[in-house]
Design a protein around this ligand. Structure first.
Ligand code: R5P
Length: 264
């Protein structure tokens, strides 16, 4: 691997081979999501726990300090919204010059396998990989399902993840599911676990991250289950323990509970 690419990857995947990405990109299609009215203010207290922050360029510019040490994974696809006709109608929305100007350590793009815009989004990934490879910038592909929650099966996610890997993604972000090991086994590049809507209880988040990592994921790219939690710092610290410190869900949950108590 070329030195620049290896160096950028090493900034967001730590020496233990694991990574903790904070997803704060929701505004690009959801508008001012609950708790992300000011994304920088939400992310700032959590940055010390994570290895990178995943954001679109607008949020970066209006809400993040350029003095931060946490690497940026720039969301570079868009063109859709929650109230538009079809969530899968995304394209690359950021130029390579802008990616470099914002000093991104990596970029992220959604790919909608099996959707009306499958071809467009797969080709967008492919072209982005070609462009970014010239500058040593890793591409994270997000296997997006839009509103089709029923797609979150191992069979679908394994297919979508493999398609993204074959187009040159350096990392694939996909959902945790039953038989998650089949998704990881079929994907020749590292897999990170995406989040999804809030879980019913706090332990569940810690448990699915733990289980996903036992089954081969290298880490997570999680948003709402952290920053919509009543104690975001506690959840971030608990997940950091699972991802980087070999903590069991029970050990991590105890720390979460303690931080939640101390916050009150
Ligand atoms: C999905 O593509 C979004 O862009 C988010 O990055 C992703 O869903 C992770 O955030 P959450 O954990 O809130 O689902």
């Amino acid at each position: 691997m070329e030195w620049g690419m290896a160096n950028r990857l090493a900034r967001t995947i730590k020496s233990d081979g694991h990574c903790f990405y904070l997803a704060v990109d929701h505004g690009y299609f959801q508008g001012p999501t609950h708790c992300l009215e000011n994304p920088g203010r939400t992310a700032e207290p959590l940055l010390k726990y994570v290895d990178a922050v995943f954001m679109p360029r607008g949020s970066v510019r209006f809400s993040l300090t350029p003095n931060m040490e946490t690497p940026l994974i720039l969301r570079v696809s868009g063109g859709n919204s929650m109230i538009g006709d079809d969530l899968s109608n995304e394209e690359v929305s950021v130029s390579t010059r802008e990616i470099i100007r914002l000093n991104a350590a990596a970029v992220g793009i959604s790919v909608y396998v099996g959707s009306k815009y499958e071809h467009q989004t797969i080709m967008a990934l492919s072209k982005l990989v070609d462009e970014c490879s010239d500058y040593g910038i890793p591409v994270m592909a997000v296997t997006a399902v839009g509103r089709e929650e029923e797609k979150k099966s191992a069979r679908y996610l394994a297919l979508a993840s493999r398609v993204c890997a074959e187009q040159g993604a350096a990392v694939v972000k996909t959902y945790y599911c039953e038989d998650f090991e089949k998704v990881v086994e079929g994907c020749p590049v590292p897999v990170v676990i995406a989040g999804g809507p809030r879980t019913e209880n706090d332990l569940e988040v810690i448990e699915f991250v733990y289980d996903g990592m036992q089954k081969g994921a290298i880490g997570v790219n999680l948003g709402r289950n952290i920053w919509q939690n009543e104690c975001p710092e506690g959840m971030a610290r608990a997940l950091q323990m699972v991802i980087h410190e070999k903590a069991t869900p029970k050990e991590a949950f105890e720390v979460f509970e303690e931080m939640k108590r101390n916050k009150k």
